[in-house]
Ligand binder design. Structure first.
Ligand SMILES: NC(=O)c1ccc[n+]([C@@H]2O[C@H](COP(=O)([O-])OP(=O)(O)OC[C@H]3O[C@@H](n4cnc5c(N)ncnc54)[C@H](O)[C@@H]3O)[C@@H](O)[C@H]2O)c1
Length: 362
């Protein structure tokens, strides 16, 4: 009991001590969260294009690992539903923003994925695609320089154009038409790589450049004109699978979870790249059509249409560098990845989504 009989005077110093300790804990945790060089795996990460197909799977992984994630997306091809599960999470923020305009945030890492990726979408407004690839990348590199963030560029196998070397190694400089209908995408990715390396050489920005080969999986846009989504949509709707040319052109298909694993390994490595990320398994368009028919409807027909301009004849990554330097290799066979993708498409197409005619084997 207390000397003055109130019963509270003796207890007060104890409370003050505890409150002080709690305040110190809060301060320590605040410092831990906000210190620029906090020695923790918990990072503040900006993902541009985070509401898109690959971006949203990347956001899932980064959030599941306990990071703070800022997602910036114009929603040109991305969807809010792709990131819906994180909307009210305290570690997640979404900004509807076009990367053509500057954006500022204190972050440790920037995954720069914002860019329409399918021929239907990047040809829709070619000049906007160029601006996104050039100005958008410039803005994000400027941000990385200002805040000292590590910058990862999602480049593409399209930098190799219609390759004269097979499979494509990172040393190959490509065979790209600079004035064709696909050039807005291919050439803006090429200049994005140039800018990343110049920011690295001139300003010491930590960069990571990956060249992504065809990736597939749940959350692809059903009507994006990419060959896997076209075939799956067509088979599910009972319409013929449209093959451009004679169907002998080849592509390699990487399941999105494998790709995301490669992106994260690359970001957390000490390598600038460029490194190819893709699945070296090579399939002709006819083989892919057959695999999808087998899983959805073996009675589906195949319809042949004229080849599209600048559609590469062959595409297959040499992933020796990613394998040696990052210990990365894709693990999901095409047949198994397709099961997941078909289940997702079945759910969405069942909701009445309509797909226009596809355009290429990209
Ligand atoms: N999917 C593939 O097979 C593949 C292959 C090679 C490279 N890539 C690259 O990976 C990245 C992601 O591709 P994806 O397949 O997820 O495509 P996607 O279209 O699903 O995602 C791109 C996202 O970027 C957003 N976006 C586009 N322009 C923007 C802008 N100006 N400002 C802000 N946001 C913008 C879109 O709304 C979308 O959410 C792209 O940079 C693409 O070039 C993808």
């Amino acid at each position: 009991m207390t000397s003055n009989g109130t019963g509270s005077a003796a207890a007060a110093p104890v409370d003050v001590q505890r409150q002080g300790a709690e305040a110190l804990d809060r301060l320590a945790s605040w410092r831990g969260d906000n210190a620029p060089n906090r020695p923790s795996t918990h990072k503040r990460i900006l993902v541009t294009g985070g509401a898109g197909f690959i971006g949203s799977h990347l956001v899932d992984r980064l959030m599941e690992e306990g990071n703070e994630v800022i997602c910036v997306d114009s929603l040109f091809t991305g969807k809010k539903s792709n990131i819906e599960r994180w909307r009210s999470h305290p570690n997640f923020e979404f900004f509807r923003h076009d990367v053509i305009e500057p954006f500022t945030a204190e972050v440790d890492q920037i995954y720069h994925l914002a860019c329409p990726a399918s021929p239907v979408h990047y040809k829709y407004n070619a000049i906007r695609t160029l601006k996104t690839g050039v100005l958008g990348t410039l803005n994000m590199l400027g941000l990385a320089k200002r805040v000292g963030a590590t910058f990862l560029l999602a480049s593409t196998s399209e930098v190799y154009g219609d390759p004269l070397v097979h499979p494509q190694t990172e040393e190959y400089w490509g065979n790209v038409n600079p004035i064709g209908v696909r050039s807005c995408y291919d050439e803006s990715k090429r200049v994005a790589e140039t800018m990343a390396f110049d920011y690295h050489r001139q300003h010491g920005v930590a960069i990571r450049v990956v060249r992504i080969f065809n990736t597939y999986g749940p959350r692809m846009v059903e009507n994006d004109g990419r060959v896997v989504s076209n075939f799956v949509s067509q088979a599910l709707r009972g319409t013929p699978l449209t093959v451009y040319g004679d169907g002998s052109q080849t592509r390699s298909f990487c399941y999105v979870a494998d790709l995301v694993d490669g992106l994260i390994r690359m970001m957390n490595s000490a390598h600038t790249g460029p490194f190819n990320l893709g699945n070296p398994g090579e399939f002709s368009m006819l083989e892919l059509a057959q695999l999808i028919k087998d899983q959805v409807d073996p009675t589906s027909d195949i319809k042949y249409l004229p080849a599209t301009p600048d559609d590469p004849a062959k595409r297959k990554p040499d992933i020796t560098k990613a394998n040696t330097n990052l210990g990365w290799a894709p693990g999901v066979p095409l047949k198994e990845g397709l099961i997941e993708m078909i289940a997702d498409f079945r759910e969405r197409i069942g909701d009445g989504v309509k797909a226009p005619a596809p355009t290429s084997s990209a």
